[in-house]
Structure formats: C-alpha cells, structure tokens
Write a protein that binds this ligand. Structure first.
Ligand code: PGA
Length: 325
C-alpha cells in the first residue's frame, strides 16, 4: 500500500484509531499497523517528524500534501557499472568529478571499476561512495588462472560484487547455479551482492519475462545464506546498452512481481527490505520518471555512470520520490 496524500490525511484525521507506518528508513516505509487512540497524538507527531527528517519537505509545503509511494523499506541504491571501460587518466577524471559532485544523503552509492583500477579508485574516491567488483571467483582463491577471489577484493577494501550480470550470463556463459554459488560464497565472506536478473528480448516477446526472472531469482534463493546484503538488479537484456530503456510501467510491473515472489518464496520481511533496482539504459533524462515507481529502489547504471555529472543526476533522482500533490 502506498502512502498518499489522501491515505495519510485520512489516517491522521481518524477519530478512534490511526493506521501508522512507523519505520521510515531513508525514504521507505515498513508495513503499517493500527494504533489505538491513546497513542495517536504522539504517533502523529512522530510520523510528521519522520516525514520531515527523511523526506526533507520544503517548508512551503504542508506535510499532509506529500505523496510518498514506496513499497520496500530499504534505502535508495545506485550503482555505477563501469564494465570494461576506462584508462588511468579517464578514471582519475571520473573520480574527481564524483568527488566534487553534490549527492543526496539518503542514497547508497556504489561504483564498480574494472579490476585493474579498483585500487586506484579505492585510494582516490571519497568514502561517501563504496566500491564494487564486477565479478568474483566462486570459492577460495588458489590455482584459478585469471580469476580474482573474494578474499583479494576484501583485502583492498571492496564492499560489493555484481553477480549474474547479463554480459556474464550470455557472453561468458555463466549459468544460474554457478552464479548462485558465487553469490553464496561472496555473502559468506561478508561482501554485499548486486544480484542481476533479466530476460532476453525473445523471452519477453514469448511472454516468459516472469518465468525467466523467477528462475534466476530462485537460483539465488536456493543458495544465499541471508538476503541482508543482497540488492536485486532487474536488468532486461534488451535494454542494456541499447538506449532502449524499459518504460516506468514495464519496470514497475517486473519489480512488483519480484517483490511478490520474495514474499511468497522467502518472507514478507525480505520482500520489504530487499532493494530492487532497475538497470538498462538509465540516464540523466529518464531516471526521475523511473524513480517515481513504487517498487523501483534505485538503479544499476552502465554507460551513463562513466560521466560524473550525469551519474550524480541519476543518484539525486531519489528526490523525485518526493512529489507534491
Ligand atoms: P547501461 O548498462 O546503463 O549501459 O544500459 C546497464 C548495466 O549493464 O548494468
């Protein structure tokens, strides 16, 4: 259920009870519970405090006119996947642009440079932004030519890893089970996992979008010890690097289905807490409309994350979650 100006106003006006959403985290809310009348005044005050502190409403607007449409409870999350791009020089320019960008406070921001530049980025980028790897080995390091272990990533201060990206699924040939095992290992060692899922164009056209996404999701669910450090990235393959972004409605439809799948197959708590971010041709011009969707908790950005100022616009699109009625 979304918190809207109407529902919020009627909740606050109710004579005998107040349906109150107590836990705003960032911009998110958890499930609502009924409070009795004796608690309603302090609950009302507390609710407005939450709205004011987390939504940063402009003073010219009444809190009761705010529209907050959020289904999950996690903080907005934006990742920049730099893929196999960059040189020492271009990366140092990108880092300096990111260091000087003004970023909204209530967003988790992560960038994923190519392996060889991880250390350079880690030592020059502001601590405000965390570092992700684009891949990791499925188990402990050793005689695995060309691979990078989770232990090595942790050793240089990497906090996240992107797993199951469509380029690794469809170009390199990684399958669901292998990706699931990688996720389980990375999580068991304390890395956060950006777990990617998404359908090919022919799968969408054949009406198999949900089947494909749920099957990929299940491979993660079957192996991960906990969902605490998992962010799900829904990235329709036909939208990646093509300039053909999913419409906000197309993205929302799949995000809601993914959240529902988590609710039915894992737990309501995991469904509510797990961030579901969208990826595929997100840019500074379309992020605000996408961010308004109730189940879109952020973005995984490829091409547009290579431009610091544009990436900052995408990060700051969290503000479009706050819409005046
Ligand atoms: P894109 O890539 O933004 O360039 O479409 C997204 C991704 O692959 O994560």
């Amino acid at each position: 259920m979304a918190v809207t100006s109407t529902s919020l106003a009627s909740q606050l006006a109710g004579p005998t009870s107040l349906s109150y959403c107590p836990n705003f985290s960032g911009l998110r809310r958890s499930s609502c519970s009924k409070l009795d009348h004796s608690n309603s005044i302090s609950a009302t005050q507390s609710l407005f405090q939450h709205l004011h502190s987390h939504l940063r409403l402009s003073s010219s607007r009444k809190a009761s006119r705010a529209v907050v449409t959020m289904t999950g409870t996690g903080k907005f999350f934006v990742g920049g996947n730099w893929k196999c791009n960059g040189t020492k020089d271009s990366i140092s320019k990108l880092v300096s642009d990111l260091n000087s960008a003004k970023l909204e406070a209530d967003v988790d921001v992560v960038v994923a440079p190519p392996f060889v530049y991880l250390d350079q980025v880690k030592s020059s980028l502001t601590d405000r932004i965390e570092i992700s790897a684009q891949n990791s080995w499925v188990g402990k390091g050793g005689a695995f030519t060309g691979e990078i272990s989770v232990e090595q990533l942790k050793d240089i201060g990497v906090k996240w890893v992107i797993l199951g990206h469509s380029e690794r699924r469809h170009i390199v040939g990684e399958d669901d089970q292998f990706i699931g095992k990688k996720a389980a290992y990375a999580l068991s060692e304390g890395l956060g996992v950006i777990a990617c899922i998404g359908e090919l164009l022919e799968e969408r056209e054949a009406g198999k979008t949900f089947d494909v996404c749920f099957q990929q999701l299940k491979a993660f669910a079957d192996t991960v010890p906990s969902w605490d450090n998992v962010v799900i990235a829904y990235e329709p393959v036909w939208a990646i690097g093509t300039g053909k972004v999913a419409t906000p409605q197309q993205a929302q439809e799949v995000h809601a289905a993914v959240r529902d799948w988590l609710k039915n197959n894992v737990s309501a708590e995991v469904a509510s807490k797990t961030r579901i971010i969208y990826g595929g041709s997100v840019n500074g011009g379309n992020s605000a409309e996408l961010a308004k969707q109730e189940d879109i908790d952020g973005f995984l950005v490829g091409g547009a994350s290579l431009k610091g100022p544009e990436f900052a616009i995408i990060i700051n699109s969290v503000t479009s979650k706050k819409v005046a009625a």
